[in-house]
Ligand binder design. Structure first.
Ligand code: 8YV
Length: 336
């Protein structure tokens, strides 16, 4: 849907992907809105062209905002990401251009942690393999080792990346499933936070050696690229599982496919992929991997809350010069 040409002095914004119609309507009561409710695949050039004369953009994790785009959009003042991750933003370039960046933290924490736990359980208990087996008509009798898997309760959970979502997964593991929780993070949590989730800080190597189930929740950056590659997979137990709900690129997918094929680890649960939405054929060919299409935050209340938080940031900034969840707050001081 493309809104009619502006009829007032309202700020103008672009919504780059289809979102909940009620959030588009809410934004349209404050702004002149051009939105992509047809969810067309817009190239960076299309986005740059549509951003002409716009002060704000509601983006999702799929749209890259970098120096090349910003150079073409001198009037742009804010990009509000409907995602907690913001590796689609070149933050230094946005700050240099005086463009405020906001993300959507907090509102998706519990939902994403649920999905991390669900993937880990599906992986350990071979749930999708079991369903495929049954649907293929292969289930003809009981066998002691048919689709035999690993326990989750009482096992050792290793969490890499202990931000909000990592801590929510730790709570589920420790309090709900009696798991021993190890974690690795750039910085260690305060002791009280460790105690609240019963988590022990260890080195990455120690975690990989000791964990029965490794869950990745680390934000993507140049430093976290291939946090898990061949060397790290080689440290893991052969009975261990690996779950990635963070970002493609945190895991070397080719190395992982090799580890799954050779029995270096037991199984993996993946919601994110290098180069998604493409998935490498080697992973698709593995039966011991549970694959989901980047849906960790995909529940109705959570996606609505994410869209509304992005909308709140646009309204707060373009109408009142402030923002709820700024990533480069130094830009706020320059606004006006
Ligand atoms: C989003 C996510 O669905 O918030 C994030 O960082 O990965 C997901 O919740 C995705 O990025 C689309 O914006």
């Amino acid at each position: 849907m493309t809104a009619a040409a502006p009829t007032s002095a309202k700020p103008r914004i672009l919504i780059s992907r289809a979102i909940f119609p009620q959030v588009v309507d809410r934004l349209a009561s404050h702004f002149d809105v051009e939105s992509n409710q047809a969810d067309e695949l817009w190239s960076p050039q299309d986005i740059a062209r549509r951003l002409q004369g716009k002060q704000g953009a509601l983006t999702t994790g799929s749209e890259r905002v970098d120096a090349a785009l910003l150079a073409q959009c001198p009037g742009l003042k804010i990009c509000a990401n409907m995602a907690v991750g913001y590796n689609n933003f070149d933050l230094p370039a946005m700050t240099a251009a005086g463009v405020l960046a906001t993300n959507a933290p907090g509102v998706l924490t519990e939902t994403t942690a649920d999905m991390g736990f669900a993937l880990m359980m599906a992986t350990a208990r071979r749930i999708t393999e079991g369903e495929h087996y049954l649907r293929a008509g292969q289930w003809d009798r009981w066998a002691y080792d048919m689709l035999i898997g690993q326990d989750v309760h009482g096992a050792t959970l290793g969490i890499i990346g202990m931000g909000r979502i990592g801590q929510a997964i730790a709570r589920r593991g420790a309090l709900g499933f009696g798991m021993k929780v190890l974690y690795h993070n750039r910085s260690r949590l305060p002791e009280a936070d460790e105690a609240a989730v019963g988590a022990q800080y260890v080195s990455k190597q120690d975690l990989l050696r000791r964990a029965d189930h490794v869950v990745l929740v680390v934000p993507y950056s140049a430093e976290s690229h291939h946090t898990i590659g061949a060397a790290e997979l080689a440290l893991m137990k052969r009975s261990a599982t690996l779950t990635n709900i963070a970002r493609g690129g945190i895991v070397d997918d080719h190395a992982l496919a090799h580890a799954l094929q050779t029995g270096q680890i037991a199984a993996a649960g993946l919601d994110v992929f290098e180069g998604e939405p493409k998935v490498i054929p080697e992973l698709l060919a593995c039966t011991n991997v549970v694959l989901t299409p980047h849906i960790a935050s995909a529940t109705v209340p959570t996606r609505l809350a994410m869209a509304n938080l992005a909308a709140d940031n646009l309204i707060d900034f373009l109408l009142h010069g402030k923002a709820l969840t700024p990533l480069n707050p130094e830009v706020l001081g320059q606004a006006g």
